[in-house]
Write a protein that binds this ligand. Sequence first.
Ligand code: IPD
Length: 281
Amino acid sequence: MNCSSCQLLTQLIMADWSHCLTFGLSVAKQASQLIMAAFKQQKEVTCKSSAADLVTQSDMKLSFDPRFIGEESVGMGENLQLTDHPTWIIDPIDGTVNFVHSFPFVAVSIAFCVNKQTEFGIVYSCVDDKVYHAQRGRGAFMNGQMLHVSGQQDVSRCVVVTEIGAERDDVALSTMTSNIFRLLKLPVHGVRALGTAAVDMCQVATGGADVYYHIGMHCWDIAASAIIVQEAGGVVMDTDGSEFDMMSRRVIAASSSTVANRIARVISAFPCCRDDAKPST
Ligand code: IPD
C-alpha cells in the first residue's frame, strides 16, 4: 500500500462523519418544511405494492440522488445493495398514508452507513417538530435532549408499538392480527401504532414505549431509528431473536434484551422478500 493510500485509510478510520451528520440534519429540516407546506393540501396519490402502500408527488419531489438508497429510487427499479461505500439510506416521507390523510405523524428518515455499519441516524418528526438523532458511540437525542430507554424487564408492564404494515394478503394479515392477539393475552399494558415505523421506533428510545416490532417494512423505514434506539441503551434484533439485519424486513427494538427475547418467542413472522433480493418494490 503506498503512502497516499495509507493516509486516505487513516483519514477514513478516523472520520467521525460529524460533517455529514450536520448536513443530514439540515436536509431533514428542509424536507420537513416542504412536507408541512403540503400537509393540509390535496395530494396526488398512486398505489405501489398494495392499496395501503402509497406514494405521493411529495415523496417523488423529495427523493434524493439515485446513488443513495432511497424509497422512491428503489421503487423506480434501482438495485438495492448495501456495500462498504459510504451510503445514505433515505425515506423522504415515512408515514405516507398518514400524509395523504393529514394524520399528524409523518417523518423524514435519514441514515448514513459506512462499511455496512450505521454511523448516524436522523428521524425528523414533522408535525410535532421533533428531531431525533444518534451518532455511533455518542448517545441519542431528541431536540438536543439525551434519550434513554425505559429499561423495562417485565413484558407484562410493556407498551408495545407495532404496525399492521402494507402487506394485505391473507397470510400477512392473519399473522399480524394473531400476533396482536397473543400480545394482548400475555398481557401487555397496551398496543399502539402511529403509522410511521421511524417515529414508532423512536418512542422506544424515549422510554414512552418499551418495545416495537414490525414485519414487512423496508430498510429506509428503520435504518435511522435502529441506531437511535441502540444509542439510547436499547436492544435491536430480528423477530426470530437473531442479529438485527436491516435488509431482512423484520425488527424488534426493545428497552432490554429480556423483553426483546420474550417478544421474539411470542410473535411469528410471515415470509417476505429481503430488501436486497430482487425484485425490490
Ligand atoms: C410505511 C410506514 C408504516 C409501516 C410500513 C412502511 P412509508 O412506510 O413506516 O408505518 O407499517 O411498513 O412501509 O410507505 O409510509 O414510507
